[in-house]
Design a binder for this molecule. Sequence first.
Ligand SMILES: Nc1ncnc2c1ncn2[C@@H]1O[C@H](COP(=O)(O)OP(=O)(O)OP(=O)(O)O)[C@@H](O)[C@H]1O
Length: 729
Amino acid sequence: MASKTKQPLKSGTTGNAKKRKSTGPADGDASAKKKQPRLDSFFAPRVELSATCGTDKKTHVAQLSDEQNAVLRMVLDDEKSVFFTGSAGTGKSLLLRAIISSLRKKYAKKPDAVAVTASTGMAASNVGGMTIHSWGAVTPSNSDVDAQIRCIRFAKPALQRWKNTKVLIIDEVSMVDGHLFDTLEAIATKLRKKTDKPFGGLQLVVTGDFFQLPPVCKGEPFFAFESNSWTKCIEHTINLTQVFRQKDNKFVDLLNEMRYGSISPATAQAFKALARPIPPPPASMPNIQPTELFPMRHEVTNANQARLRALPHRTYIFQAHDTFPQANKSASSARRSSSSSSSSTSSPASSTATASPTSSSTSATSVASSSKSSALGSRQNAQTDQAKRRQEGLLAGVLAEKTLELKKGAQVMLVKNIDEMLVNGCVGKVVGFATYREVITARNELARAELGSAVHADSVVTPKVEKGKVSKEKEKDVKTEKAREGEGKSDVKEENDKKSKAAKLVVKSTGVIRKVRVDPGGALITVSTVKENLDPSSSSPRTTSPASAAASSISAPAKPCSPPSTSTTSHPSERDEERFPLVEFPTPQGGREAVLVLRDEFRVEDASDAGRLLARRVQVPLVLAWAMSIHKAQGQTIQRVRVDLGRVFEKGQSYVALSRAAAVEGLQVLNFDARRVVAHPKVVRWSKGLVQAGAKGGTGAVGVAGAATAVSGAATAVGAGEEAEEVRM
Ligand SMILES: Nc1ncnc2c1ncn2[C@@H]1O[C@H](COP(=O)(O)OP(=O)(O)OP(=O)(O)O)[C@@H](O)[C@H]1O
């Protein structure tokens, strides 16, 4: 059973904007009666669970709770502008995914109607959207509305977005600056020419928890709820109360005291007692260490690097492939200089550096110090440096590293959502390195062996290296990658190829390959070590006689995962095929699954120029995960986590960090100091005001709870669960 939080902010809604014309009825029971019920409104949608990375052993599908479902209906059927909040783990993100999915279905014929945005790039990538300022093509620090509008008019796509959007979704609103919220509202009203309606008639779906991280600013934060337009734009504030992340009521209560920054001596004692080491990980993945959360980025780097250095294996370096389509001439020359010096192994076909084993010393590359620069003189050097700094600044918020160093045995975290099991936040372990082709070949070998003579030659895919044509293919891959379910595009292509009997396979460098079979040492499991089977130039698929396949023993692949001695002397085919990390992740069934993690795309869009692509990083979507920053951890559920609060500097930081833990058993807290646990007084005051508003209005908690009960009651009566709509992400 999920527990209820004990908090001053009561469950329910506060009705704010009475002026706004609503297409749906008023709140509560009355609204339920008045509205002609649609069939799907009787069923609580089910949502794919995510961010647990296989830790929920029972199911991957969640049924929305009554209160979550009531919000969904309010958004979908009543078309209300809502702000739903709640303490950490109350299912805001999950509900938001359900809302996005349902809205997209509702507006299937108008794809521009639903805009998904968030306060930060990281939060935006979690919901598959853009930052709010990119979406609106606004400069966050500029409050000159007319100047902003002039710029937007020049940027057609942004103008279209402002005009065509019907529902604007804003996630992690606690980090949206209040001035920016006012600016957006003023722009919407002017551009959409609906001056009588808040936000120019846009329906707002806003979520976040103001007790978590505040807007990034120097000095005192100005929260979105303090903005002039907040009250008139947000018709209903709903506080979700059911905590899903943690099942233990006592732990929820401890976290709740922390949320409000008022720690009793008993609670302080309880947190101090959590300094003890946490129990070992599941038997299937015994070497996974608890993820350490630190407030400062350099602490994270130090902790990760120390662990990596301690591993006895060779280092593989993945250099990001960064491009800057909008960069000016001098910036692009800096980029050329940067890419030419960034890797000793970059191939002309793909300026992406091939992952190559190397010692840390040989990997250290100096971008600025090319021989060219010395010839061109110091002025050009300075320009290059400036351009390079600008480019680096653009990509500073991207989760994927510029240079990712990995070794066998490294603990890593996915920083992209791949499918419903492999989501941002999943922690696993690198067990080896292999190329795409090796993995597919190994899989074919196994398929042949397992199916024996039943397998016709045409049904086995023969890898074919396609040289010199990488970028377009890659771009297509990364764009469609997210839309796929299950395995990566590679496998979809494989399937298509099987069907068409073309038996051709382009070697991929983006996506993932799931369910790779590896032996305990991390080597690919195949049934043959015959060298010619791996020859990329082989034009016809090889047939394996059942007898020979059966006779083959499970062994390491012909081209073993162990890397060649130096990248520069490697075989030509190896230069064209990057070795990617094979990562084992825990599965929902309590086992583990090896996945080949290829590259993925991370985009930076221009806030002041219609969200046009400004920078793009193509990199393996992994980061070292022995340690991570509290900032990066916001929004995630982590099963085993160690938090050092010694250097917490931001209000809400301690709460965000500790509330990532799914259970008190999986949480270790170091340097707990009750004086450092501070909630922002403005947030505390505001939340108290909400309770009063709810009590005065009378439509608050009672209204929504009533509606929710009515819906769920009906669902139960007709057999909820049997036909419940399933909302897939
Ligand atoms: N209705 C539900 N049934 C079962 N599990 C749920 C439900 N809603 C949410 N969860 C699970 O609870 C956990 C926390 O949910 P979620 O991340 O959406 O919370 P949140 O409110 O966004 O948290 P935070 O504010 O910390 O980011 C997730 O593992 C999620 O899958």
